[in-house]
Design a protein around this ligand. Structure first.
Ligand code: C5P
Length: 399
């Protein structure tokens, strides 16, 4: 479905070499049916000409905050209100810094403060600049403010470096924007999601855990919120920023996760168990640090509660979706869990494939339900989350 049709996209172009791709980006946005107005920063003008952008967008290009003629035609507040979405591509390190600090010292930064439309940025810069601590801190601030970040991609850079910092290609940007112009199909639904690993204490300084990054669960929380749901995310320890617009409950152990879920499950219509919950915990957590006095050390484990199965076994369970991360016999194990845990649906992925699953930004899923299955081929975790939620929603509506 083309959700960009008739949408007003304000495209901000900053001064980076990737700006040379923006006339093509404008053409592709127009081809998708969007109305495009371009705002060019002072340094952006050094890389791409206003005349080219005016020709492809079929609209005058705005460059200056203090230009009386431009203000008389369409003032900056009017332009900010006109936009259904703001896309900044390329977004330089400098612009990200300005945006994160709320500066309004040129037309584009002022528009970003003056608009109520969602803002998406497509960063592009040298890989060292991308990894620099100030840029990464600004990135976290922007994400916390629900500013969407597309990319950057990795690869060869104009300066000769290789690494993260290439702007997403115009086609990728248009696809991503299209997916994010979503219809609120989950409006009115309350979704409880578990994500991330759990940490099981051994003594005051040590714990057992697993390689789950939490990315899939966080992508689901973000996508569910974007699709209009009220989301409560119960998360084990992760290094990623929680999606804006969701209630987040941070926990460490499986028992804490169980408690948090049981406290909130009565308020949800749909439960998604995406966390990699530790199956066992240490029977007796030492109150003092274990010393290395002995050559051998034995620990006794006891089973943790199965959160997902407990939710599905409630007298009035929500619609339940589980995950099955397997290294072999994926179909067989996933279908076994669907049946044994009495779930409505299960999404299985093969974590032995290094290019997907744990800690990767991509995943591929096969979703099973009582009398059917569907493959969701390899994609970034946010896109996959949208596809999975759309499928889940169809089944929830028919349940
Ligand atoms: O049995 P297995 O751990 O493979 O099942 C995976 C599914 O069960 C996941 O959805 C996971 O979040 C959930 N689970 C749980 N509580 C546990 C173990 C797994 O909710 N103790």
């Amino acid at each position: 479905m083309n959700l960009l049709n008739n949408k007003n996209i304000l495209l901000g172009i900053c001064g980076g070499i990737a700006a040379y791709k923006t006339p093509d980006l404008v053409r592709k946005l127009k081809a998708a049916g969007a109305n495009v107005r371009v705002v060019l920063t002072e340094s952006g003008k050094a890389f791409v000409s206003p005349l080219s952008l005016q020709a492809v967008s079929a609209n005058p290009v705005s460059e200056d905050l203090l230009d009386p003629a431009a203000e008389a035609a369409m003032g900056h507040i009017e332009l900010a209100k006109w936009a259904d979405m703001v896309l900044i591509a390329p977004a330089t390190a400098n612009f990200m810094a300005k945006l994160s600090h709320g500066l309004a010292d040129d037309l584009l930064s002022t528009l970003c403060l003056a608009t109520a439309a969602p803002i998406t940025i497509a960063p592009a810069m040298n890989q060292q600049m991308w990894h620099a601590i100030p840029t990464q801190q600004n990135l976290q601030t922007l994400k916390q403010r629900n500013i969407r970040v597309l990319g950057p991609a990795e690869g060869e850079q104009a300066c000769g470096d290789i690494g993260a910092g290439r702007m997403f290609e115009p086609e990728q940007l248009v696809d991503a924007l299209n997916q994010r112009m979503v219809e609120p199909v989950l409006a009115g639904k309350r979704i409880l999601i578990t994500a991330g690993p759990t940490q099981e204490a051994i003594d005051p300084v040590r714990y057992l855990s697993n390689h789950s990054s939490g990315k899939m669960g966080y992508a689901l929380a973000q996508a569910a919120a974007d699709l209009g749901a009220r989301v409560c995310l119960v998360s084990g320890p992760t290094h990623i920023v929680a999606p804006a617009g969701c209630d987040v409950i941070q926990v460490k152990s499986a028992e804490q996760m169980y408690q948090a879920v049981m406290e909130h499950v009565a308020d949800c219509d749909i439960f998604i168990g995406c966390a990699a919950v530790a199956d066992y915990r240490v029977d007796e957590v030492m109150s003092q640090k274990i010393k290395k006095d002995n050559d051998k050390l034995s620990l006794t484990f006891v089973k943790n509660p199965d959160i997902l199965a407990s939710v599905a076994a409630l007298p009035k369970p929500p619609f339940t979706l589980g995950f099955a991360a397997e290294t072999q016999h994926v179909d067989q194990y996933a279908q076994g869990k669907l049946h044994n845990k009495k779930l409505n649906m299960i999404a299985a992925n093969d974590v032995s494939d290094q290019s997907i699953g744990f800690n990767s930004n991509q995943n591929a899923l096969t979703v099973y339900w009582a009398d059917g299955q569907q493959c969701l081929p390899k994609n970034d975790k946010y896109t996959l989350a949208c596809q999975l939620l759309t499928l889940l929603n169809q089944h929830h509506n028919n349940a």
